[in-house]
Design a protein around this ligand. Structure first.
Ligand code: ADP
Ligand code: MG
Length: 340
């Protein structure tokens, strides 16, 4: 049984599997600061997510999957900028010392840290206030990219084509299954695929780094296509038209819910952590070849227009449909998805 914060850090976090050496990490856990040495000419990229028990995840969430997901959603922000992960830091506010929870959580973190060559280099550990009784965790990822090459939200140009990686709506369906609202008749494999999409989003780090050579703008889809694409359009001072029939939907999603709901989940479901990006059509072939060589599926879903606003095309008709409501459904599980 771990007795104090230093014991917790030593047992669960300052381990070979989690705090492993990396070229850019001159000094990891143990001193007042970690020391990094980013490559010459590189810009540092950093991003933080705060996750609170009862707000962003339920108290009974599987700690192994929670560990994986917490780091993956942070890495997704690095991917969206085209950054390569260097390391991460971890803040923990614990209501109790639960060895089983800590072991599984740190194992989940370690799996994703190793797969993305992103070691844990420091953090802070504290007991939460006795009245609060809930667990809060905070992760900050640090990455690097060549100066001036970041994939920003404000670079979309009229005439750019709009693309997404992977498939959309699966995580929303996974959440629906977790809530017991969906998937009662679904085959085990499809059910597992949708739950996986929610808990373990694909790391798009390689895709993001590759897209530095092609994309004008990029964002990761945490709140759903409709909401996240609007961030790109507003930042870039442009509008867009999206073809609803072009949205990439998985066989599992199609087997899980009726067509209208598939569309709604794909557009406003959230939690997919796929990349949405824009580039001029003349770069399309080269981008597709590059992403294919990484094994990353990509789909052309629309076009950037000079005129502001977001239009949805379906069966030849354009609408300005506002996609709302589905997030309230998801909010029943996670009342405030402010982690994104
Ligand atoms: P200080 O008092 O100087 O802020 P701490 O005593 O809080 O340092 O932490 C000791 C060392 O352990 C530091 O290197 C810190 O980064 C690291 N550390 C603390 N908590 C964690 C954690 N949850 N995960 C990883 N490293 C941690
Ligand atoms: Mg100190």
């Amino acid at each position: 049984m771990a007795s104090d914060e230093f014991d917790i850090i030593r047992r669960y976090f300052n381990s070979d599997t989690l705090a492993f050496p990396a070229t850019e990490v001159a000094l990891g856990i143990g001193d007042d600061c970690a020391l990094l040495r980013p490559g010459a000419g590189m810009t540092l990229a950093m991003s933080m997510d705060l996750l609170q028990e009862g707000v962003h995840f339920l108290a009974d969430a599987d700690p192994f999957l929670l560990g994986k997901r917490s780091l993956l959603v942070n890495l997704s922000d690095l991917a969206a900028m085209g950054a390569r992960p260097l390391c991460f830091t971890l803040g923990l506010c614990l209501p109790r010392v639960d060895a089983v929870w800590l072991e599984a959580f740190s194992r989940g973190l370690a799996e994703v840290a190793q797969a993305n060559n992103c070691p844990l280099v420091g953090g802070d550990t504290s007991a939460s206030h006795p009245d609060s009784g809930s667990l809060t965790l905070c992760i900050q990822v640090h990455g690097e990219l060549p100066a001036g090459e970041a994939l920003r939200r404000d670079g979309a140009q009229p005439g750019d084509h709009i693309y997404v990686t992977g498939t959309l709506g699966d995580a929303a369906a996974g959440l629906g299954i977790l809530q017991g609202r969906l998937g009662a008749t679904l085959a085990d494999a499809q059910r597992a695929a949708l739950l996986d999409a929610f808990y373990v989003p694909e790391s798009r780090i390689e895709a993001g780094m590759c897209l530095r050579s092609f994309a004008n703008a990029c964002i990761d889809l945490s709140d759903g296509l409709a909401s996240d694409l609007m961030h790109v359009l507003r930042a870039s001072g442009v509008g867009a038209e999206i073809d609803l029939q072009a949205l990439p939907l998985s066989a599992a999603l199609q087997g899980c819910v009726p067509q209208a709901l598939q569309e709604q989940m794909a557009v406003s479901g959230g939690d997919d952590y796929e990349l949405c990006f824009t580039l001029p059509p003349e770069r399309e072939a080269a981008m597709q070849a590059a992403l294919a060589s990484l094994g990353v599926p990509v789909r052309h879903i629309g076009v950037v227009r000079a005129q502001q606003g977001l239009l949805w095309r379906k069966e030849g008709t354009l609408s300005t449909r506002q996609w709302q409501g589905y997030r309230h459904f998801s909010a029943a599980h996670m009342p405030d998805e402010g982690e994104h």
